[in-house]
Design a protein around this ligand. Structure first.
Ligand SMILES: C[S@@+](CC[C@H](N)C(=O)[O-])C[C@H]1O[C@@H](n2cnc3c(N)ncnc32)[C@H](O)[C@@H]1O
Length: 476
C-alpha cells in the first residue's frame, strides 16, 4: 500500500510535547509546514484537519489559537510558523507579537475572504525585518557596530589583497627589470631607424599619382570619417613608411626565374594578412605592379570592398581572399601584418616562417594576446581556435619567463603614449620592448635577420613599431 494513503487512513493523535525546547518546536513546526505545503492540495478537508491538529499539537502554546482549520487557516499556520522560525531569538511572547503584526499588516494573510499571500511570494526577510523594527526588536546600535566590524574586516581583507597584488607586481616587475639589460641589448641590436625612410626623403609617395579609390581618404573604413584631413595625413605617412620598408625587403627577394616571358614564371608574391579593406596593401600593390599581392581577411565585407576598389582602379596584381591567417596555405615571398591585433600578428609571422618568407609587421593590441591565450587554456578542447601560437615566442624568453608573467607583460606593454618613446611608466615601456624583441628573437632563432624601426614621422600612429624580418632565403 502506498505509504501516503496508509498514513492518511491512520489519523495522527495530537500529542503534547512540553519537553521540547523552543528551537526544537520551531524546527518541528517548520517540518510539518513543509509537509503541509507538499500535501495540502491533494488532501480532503478532513485529512487536512487531522494534519493541522497534529501540527498544532507540536506547536508551542502561542500557535494554538488558530482554528477553524480551513485550508486558508492552514496556509496561515504555515506562514506563521515560518515567520516564527525566522524570529529566532525573539522568545515566545515576542514571536507571537511578530506573527500578530504580520497578520495585521497583511503579509502573513491578507485581503480577507481567504485570499492569502503565500510567504514564498513575499520577500520574507525584508518584511520580517520591517515588523521587527516596528516592534522595536532590532538593536540598531548593535547592528551598526556589527556592520562596522564587518566593513572593517572587508576593508582589511581588500587592503591585504591589494598589498599582496602590489608585492607580486613589484616582484614581477623586478624580474622584468632583471631582464632589462638583455632586452635593451637586443633592442639596440635590432633597432634600425632608417627602416622607414625619412619624411620628404627619397622613396616617399607622390599622392597625386595614386588613383583616388585606392587612397585611404576614399573609404570610411578604419574610422577615417572624423578629423578626416589629419587622419588621412597620418595614414599617408604610415603608407609611405611601409612602402619604403617594403622596397628594402623586395630588393632582397631574388628575382623571378629567367628568362622571360615573366608570365610563364612565378612572380614575387606578397601576402597582406588581415588586410581590412585594403587601406595599406592596395597602395603598395599599385606602387609595385610587377609583384602579386594577395590580401586576406576574415570579414566578407572587406573582401568585397577590396574587389570593387581594384576594379575601379583597374589594377590586376591584387587577389582578395576570405580566409584566416591560420588557414592560409599558399606559397609566398613576403608577409605583411599591419595593425593586425594581438596574436594575429604572430599567426601571420608563423605562416612566414612556414614558407621561409620575409615579413614586415606593425603590431598592435598586445593585451589581446593574453585574452586569447587564457581563453584557449580555459577551453583546451577548442584551444586551436583561440591561439595557434605558443608564448613566449622565442626559446630565449621561454627560458627566462613563465607564460603567466609573459601574458602580464603583454597587458602591461599595451600602452599608447602618443610618441612611442617614453610614457611615464618605465616598466610598461620595457614590457612593450620585451614583446617586440621576443618577436624579433624567435625570427633570429630561425635564421632571419631582424630590424626594428618606427614609422616616420612618429605621429603617423601610436602603434608605430615596425618589425622587419628578412628570410634566410633572402639573406644572400
Ligand atoms: C585593424 S584592421 C587592419 C587593416 C589593415 N591591415 C590596414 O592596415 O589598414 C585588422 C584586420 O585584421 C583582420 N583579422 C584579424 N584577425 C585575423 C586573422 N586571424 N586572419 C585574417 N584576418 C584577421 C580583421 O578582420 C581586420 O579587418
Amino acid at each position: 500500500m502506498d505509504p501516503e494513503t496508509s498514513q492518511e487512513t491512520q489519523p495522527e493523535t495530537p500529542q503534547e510535547t512540553p519537553q521540547e525546547t523552543p528551537q526544537e518546536s520551531k524546527r518541528c513546526i517548520l517540518t510539518t509546514c513543509f509537509e503541509l505545503e507538499e500535501r495540502m492540495d491533494q488532501l480532503d478537508e478532513e485529512r487536512r484537519s487531522q494534519i493541522f491538529a497534529s501540527a498544532l499539537s507540536k506547536a508551542p502554546n502561542m500557535l494554538r489559537t488558530s482554528p477553524p482549520l480551513s485550508h486558508e487557516r492552514a496556509n496561515l499556520l504555515h506562514i506563521q510558523a515560518r515567520l516564527l522560525f525566522f524570529a529566532e531569538d525573539s522568545g515566545p511572547q515576542k514571536s507571537l507579537e511578530i506573527m500578530k503584526e504580520a497578520v495585521s499588516c497583511g503579509i502573513a494573510a491578507g485581503g480577507g475572504e481567504g485570499k492569502f499571500k503565500r510567504v514564498a511570494q513575499l520577500k520574507r526577510e525584508e518584511h520580517l525585518r520591517e515588523i521587527m523594527l516596528s516592534l522595536g526588536l532590532v538593536d540598531l546600535e548593535k547592528e551598526r557596530l556589527e556592520e562596522e566590524a564587518k566593513q572593517k574586516k572587508r576593508d582589511d581583507r581588500a587592503a591585504h589583497h591589494k598589498r599582496s597584488r602590489e608585492r607580486k607586481r613589484t616582484r614581477e616587475n623586478a624580474s622584468l627589470r632583471k631582464l632589462g639589460s638583455a632586452i635593451n641589448k637586443l633592442h639596440d641590436k635590432y633597432f634600425t631607424p632608417e627602416i622607414c625612410g625619412a619624411p620628404g626623403g627619397p622613396g616617399r609617395i607622390t599622392w597625386d599619382d595614386i588613383p583616388h579609390v585606392l587612397q585611404p581618404s576614399s573609404t570610411s573604413e578604419g574610422g577615417l570619417t572624423t578629423n578626416l584631413e589629419e587622419r588621412v595625413k597620418r595614414k599617408q605617412w604610415q603608407l609611405e613608411s611601409l612602402a619604403f620598408a617594403l622596397k628594402r625587403i623586395l630588393l632582397r627577394v631574388p628575382p623571378p626565374p629567367l628568362p622571360p616571358p615573366a608570365s610563364s614564371s612565378r612572380r614575387i608574391k606578397v601576402v597582406d594578412f588581415g588586410s581590412g579593406s585594403g587601406n595599406s596593401a592596395l597602395v603598395l600593390a599599385y606602387l609595385n605592379p610587377s609583384i602579386d599581392f594577395t590580401l586576406i581577411d576574415t570579414k566578407p565585407e572587406c573582401i568585397s570592398i577590396i574587389k570593387s576598389r581594384c576594379e575601379s582602379a583597374n589594377i590586376a596584381n591584387v587577389t582578395a581572399k576570405l580566409i584566416s591567417c591560420n588557414d592560409f596555405k599558399e606559397e609566398f615571398d613576403v608577409g605583411l601584418g599591419v595593425h593586425l591585433c594581438g596574436e594575429g600578428t604572430d599567426e601571420a609571422v608563423v605562416k612566414c616562417f612556414d614558407k621561409q618568407a620575409s615579413f614586415l609587421i606593425v603590431p598592435c593590441c598586445l593585451g589581446k594576446i593574453s585574452k586569447v591565450v587564457v581563453k584557449g587554456l580555459d577551453n583546451l578542447d577548442l584551444s586551436d581556435q583561440y591561439s595557434a601560437v605558443d608564448y613566449p615566442r622565442s626559446q630565449w624568453l621561454k627560458g627566462e619567463l613563465e607564460l603567466e608573467s609573459y601574458l602580464r607583460y603583454t597587458r602591461l606593454g599595451d600602452y599608447s603614449d602618443g610618441n612611442g618613446e617614453g610614457g611615464s611608466n618605465v616598466d610598461a615601456v620595457l614590457a612593450k620592448k620585451l614583446i617586440d624583441v621576443d618577436r624579433g628573437k624567435v625570427a633570429e632563432e630561425k635564421g632571419y635577420s631582424l630590424s626594428i624601426g618606427k614609422y616616420h614621422p612618429l605621429e603617423a600612429s601610436v602603434k608605430n613599431d615596425v618589425i622587419c624580418g628578412i628570410s634566410p632565403n633572402h639573406n644572400a
